[in-house]
Design a protein around this ligand. Sequence first.
Ligand code: ADP
Ligand code: ZN
Length: 297
Amino acid sequence: MARRFGGIEAGGTKFVCAVGTGPDDIGANMVRFDTTTPEETVGEAIDFFQSYPDLAAIGIGSFGPVDLKRGRITTTPKTAWQDFDFVAAIRRGCGGPDMPVAFDTDVNAAALAEGRWGAAQGLDTFIYLTVGTGIGGGGMVNGGPMHGLVHPEMGHLRIPRRPDDQYLGRCPYHRDCLEGLAAGPAIRERWGRPAEDLPPSHPAWGLEAHYLGLGIANLILSISPQRVVLGGGVMEQEWLYAQVRAKVREVLNDYVAHEAIRDPEQIDGYIVPPGMADPGVVGAIALAEEAAGRAGR
Ligand code: ADP
Ligand code: ZN
């Protein structure tokens, strides 16, 4: 039988686990469950993988911030997960000391999947940004994952508040960073209704496009991505893409000298939705495949 890999998308609210080799063959081998305590949640993941004794490696794309070298989550407000030895727990429960286990951020994993099979194929420098319960960004630079001192934290960029916006922001570390102002829970708290219940005509959306446009313009200026893949629950509002693109063009004001951004039609192919349904868990499988290759499995 061909090699198969296990993938875990470890989110702050839910876990997704899957087995397969890529986006086309994981459908029947996928489970989702709520994130509770590390012991219980990782236990559920281990139970799932126990039905697949043939796995060549396991990949984890995790909520963060994470310590990539030690395979742990670090300064999360979810205190039970702080410093939990995630990679070691998975290895112990799934195959033991010889099992290759790869670990990266959820957004770097998603970017890997988008680069290999999705909306960023053929590119070597691009960003994957998700706007959901939080805002997170990862990607690739020159064909490699965006690591560094720790890893990028694009959701916590500081952006100027729009003068008419009275909402203080809800990031526990910075209050009015991008995530604090523009993630789903901020929309809900500011306007008293969840984002999915706000009609397209609601002023919430002009403000949302304003903040996302500023954040993405800053990322374009600092990283010079060849494309920006923009996903997450809030971007289920498909018409929001046009507003975000328009704001990015307005902020950059033709300064970045490339038609991909300057041409109001080409920008539709520059800031794009994800190319698959579950890039996080698919990317975790891709991480596993890389780890298996490194281990010669
Ligand atoms: P997570 O970030 O936890 O992985 P999601 O990406 O689904 O999960 O994001 C959840 C957030 O997205 C919630 O704040 C929710 O209000 C918002 N959201 C979910 N669906 C929609 C929608 N169709 N339109 C606008 N906002 C949505
Ligand atoms: Zn913040």
